[in-house]
Design a protein around this ligand. Sequence first.
Ligand code: PSV
Ligand code: MN
Ligand code: MN
Length: 408
Amino acid sequence: MSMSDSAYSLFVQQQTDRGIDVEQVKARLKELKVETPSWGYGDSGTRFKVFKQVGVPRNPFEKLDDAAQVHRLTGICPSVALHIPWDKVDDYDQLQQHAASLNLTLGAINPNLFQDDDYIFGSLCNSNPAIRRRAVEHMLECIEIARTVNSSIISLWLADGTNYPGQDSIRGRKHRLLETLTEVYQALDPNMRLLIEYKFFEPAFYHTDLGDWGMAYNMALKLGDQAQVLVDTGHHAQGTNVEQIVAYLLDEQKLGGFHFNNRKYADDDLIVGSVNPYELFLIFYQILDAHADANKGIQQTAENIAYMIDQSHCIEPKIPAMIRSVLNVHTQYAKALLINLDEVKAAQEKQDVLGAENAVREAFEFDVTPLLHVVREEMGVPINPMRAYLESGYADSIKPRGKGGASW
Ligand code: PSV
Ligand code: MN
Ligand code: MN
């Protein structure tokens, strides 16, 4: 028996003794899907500078080539989100075929309503009807692209807001947003979802039209069942309990998906799980807890949560940074799957505060490396995807692309 075999046997014994069904945990780990963003493969930077790296994709086709490496090595990233017009191509059929040839599908379509001079005072909320029209037309174009590439998700992040008191009517903008989004919503096919993102500031600093989950939720509620909220983990004020937002939205059937990243101060777009892995673990705890209740018929569940990464790797190489992110998500999900939810419930019923907290935290403290190695072995991917990437020679093979690739 090798060291790793014995570590895994010990792990299985330990978890079985705690009442955890390891085979079920493994099955769920194999089912997890994390979408990676096309823009995470391109050049990016801070608001002060875009740093150019060697080997960065020059077009959406090459972005998919890189995303395919992440899926090939991790086995859980079969789809790629597009941002339009960053990923504008003449022929979306061809892009989809390229994705299929790489064993990928095209995922969420992200409209871009923030990088045009016309949008200086906002897009869907702009007081100028001609600009609002333009923004709606862009959303409709994105729905059409989604149709062409077989995607069922439109992810909307709205940069709209104001910088000064009195600059525009906050209520007026709210009314305009409902009006424009209603037109967009009505254009969705029945299988499509509109996921509405929020962010508490930036680029607007006085008020943001969709400044928090409550505003996104209210919009989604008014629009209908095909509209849900997208939680970008980096879009909250310091100290916000993101897990509570997740639990609340889940319970209201309005949690559409995530943009995973990590933050220290603002919308830092750092590698998910790099600063606060416990938060990610606790997010998964809420999701698993809600699903467990749903399985017992205690509540309805929100299936179909779109797990997506939204990061900018400015100072680190793009592909390994994405692999690191995906591995971090898989690790925290694995840990959350080790929470004995019955034990937590029993402690809750007795109002045993320390017992309940312990039942949650204990799962976080296990080393899930042996488990993930076995899961990867069974999935037919390298047990150490990062090492496999570094040894693959892919980074050298893309160097001829040179500097000056696609950037946002
Ligand atoms: C905005 O900060 C955001 O989180 C939105 O999701 C954008 O589409 C994305 O980042 C890319 O800049
Ligand atoms: Mn985002
Ligand atoms: Mn963001």
